[in-house]
Design a protein around this ligand. Structure first.
Ligand code: GDP
Ligand code: MG
Length: 452
């Protein structure tokens, strides 16, 4: 979500890191470039100015200029400042109240409220093990209530049955008694939005707030609108007790201005990022990790968490044991490929890794894409179990059969078998051989070459 900024920072830092000593002129020039980069990321002028104002005296400190790696120390100063710009430590969702705990979702129309309501419900069920009920208070837009109901059905989340014509305040009361009856521990209220902030919407959410008394009121805002999103947050904050921001469409946002302006402009913490249209495209927002990502250091911690969350732990253990014994099979390779797909494919993994933009452009040039994962998957699926466990038995005629079955050719099969051989050898070499070890050390470039 901060690709542009990352590229700019990489430029600035690569020249800084190279120079053995720093003088005021160099620091000034770097800061000027950083300021420009921030403005291009669509943060407000004030925010950019403030940022530079805070970094400059620290970067010009004599001990830094004279230190052995002044450039790296400046990177650290910029990193710290970015972390503080992005907000405070993420304290999760506040569920501190007598159940059913009410949570209110507000925002402009089309910002992603309804979709995000379902994402948060799923998140609470999965991570907090809470029974959640979703309630639509959007009685104005035709089919808005049905949209939430459908999301509930598709994802196995409870919704309050719709009664046509009922007013939001009455729905709120009915929701609380229904939750008490069906044992829901959290109620998510999806409110109506307007295209612009207007008095009627404000007074309605104020009323809903006073009836439901939510522990959290999340503003869902579109990341693509940049600093406008921060201004919208500021306005909502002056009306209700806004406790957090969820920035949607971060997947399409290459600039990140909304995230960078939010704290300075509205002083509300960002809690989550919406990273796509699917139910699990939701990511907790951690300022330090995001700052890492922006500066091109990658976000290894997030990657590790995502991996451990998604991975079937049992399978992982088995694979590890096999690896140690040197028995990594094509079947295991297949589940690795599936795992990779689950984690958002190569693109998804790449966005977490250090030096992203460089490696990514290399991979773009090499034509590495999701299709190859899918193709490899098809090839392995066309093999028999015996072949998957013991690839050595795959002779010429077997190769032809597999090629036919997977709609590929023998050359593709040969390539995959070669990759697999190299990969299993490399995996044996990696002492720990597990995801965590890999993430601690960084994924070696050889591994990427395997995927090609
Ligand atoms: N790419 C992307 N699309 C999203 C995201 N969140 C929501 N959307 C899409 O935005 C559109 C509007 O969402 P909706 O939840 O109906 O907005 P509402 O009017 O605020 O309730 C839908 O097509 C969603 O699929 C996100 O994080 N990324
Ligand atoms: Mg909606």
């Amino acid at each position: 979500m901060f690709e542009n900024l990352t590229n700019k920072f990489e430029e600035v830092f690569s020249s800084l890191k190279k120079s053995p000593s720093l003088d005021e002129k160099q620091v000034d020039e770097s800061l000027r470039n950083i300021r420009l980069a921030l403005l291009e990321a669509d943060v407000s002028l004030e925010v950019a100015k403030e940022f530079i104002k805070n970094v400059k005296p620290k970067a010009l400190g004599q001990e830094i200029i004279r230190s052995t790696s002044p450039g790296e120390m400046v990177v650290k100063i910029v990193y710290d400042e970015l972390v503080s710009l992005l907000g405070d430590i993420n304290s999760g969702i506040n569920l501190n109240s007598v159940p059913p705990v009410p949570i209110m979702m507000i925002g402009l129309q089309g910002s992603g409220k309804t979709t995000t309501t379902a994402k948060i419900a799923k998140f609470l069920e999965k991570n907090n093990k809470k029974k959640v009920m979703m309630v639509s208070l959007d009685v104005y837009r035709p089919a808005a209530q049905e949209q939430l109901k459908l999301l509930g059905e598709q994802n196995n989340i409870n919704t309050l049955p719709i009664i046509q014509g009922q007013l939001p305040e009455d729905i709120c009361r009915r929701a609380v008694s229904a939750a008490n009856l069906n044992g829901s521990e959290v109620i998510l209220f999806d409110t109506a939005g307007r295209t612009q902030i207007d008095l009627q919407m404000m007074s309605e959410i104020k009323q809903i707030e006073s009836i439901t008394n939510p522990t959290e009121t999340f503003l869902v805002a579109d990341s693509l609108t940049g600093q406008v999103a921060a201004n919208v947050a500021k306005e909502f904050k002056s009306t209700v007790n806004l406790t957090g921001i969820i920035l949607t469409r971060s997947d399409g946002d290459g600039r990140g201005g909304a995230a960078l302006s939010m704290k300075q402009v509205a002083n509300v913490p960002i809690k989550f990022l919406g990273t796509g249209e699917k139910i699990d495209n939701l990511e907790a927002f951690y300022p330090d990790r995001i700052a890492n990502r922006i500066l091109g250091m990658g976000d290894i911690v997030s990657l590790v968490e995502k991996a451990t969350e998604d991975l079937d732990q049992e399978k992982l253990k088995k694979t590890e044991e096999k690896l140690k014994k040197g028995q990594f099979s094509l079947q295991d390779y297949l589940s690795q490929l599936k795992q990779m797909k689950k984690m958002g494919g190569i693109e998804g993994i790449m966005s977490f890794l250090p030096g992203v933009s460089k490696v990514k452009s290399q991979m773009d040039q090499a034509g590495v894409d999701e299709k190859i994962i899918t193709q490899n998957e098809a090839v392995i699926l066309s093999m028999t179990n015996k072949e998957r466990e013991n690839p050595k038995i795959i002779d010429g005629s077997r190769k032809k059969r597999i090629a036919n079955g997977s709609g590929t050719d023998v050359a593709t099969i040969n390539k995959l078998l070669k990759q697999f051989k190299m990969m299993s050898e490399m995996m044996k070499k990696m002492s720990k051989g597990n995801m965590k070890g890999m993430a601690d050390k960084g994924i070696p470039p050889e591994l990427f070459n395997q995927i090609k």
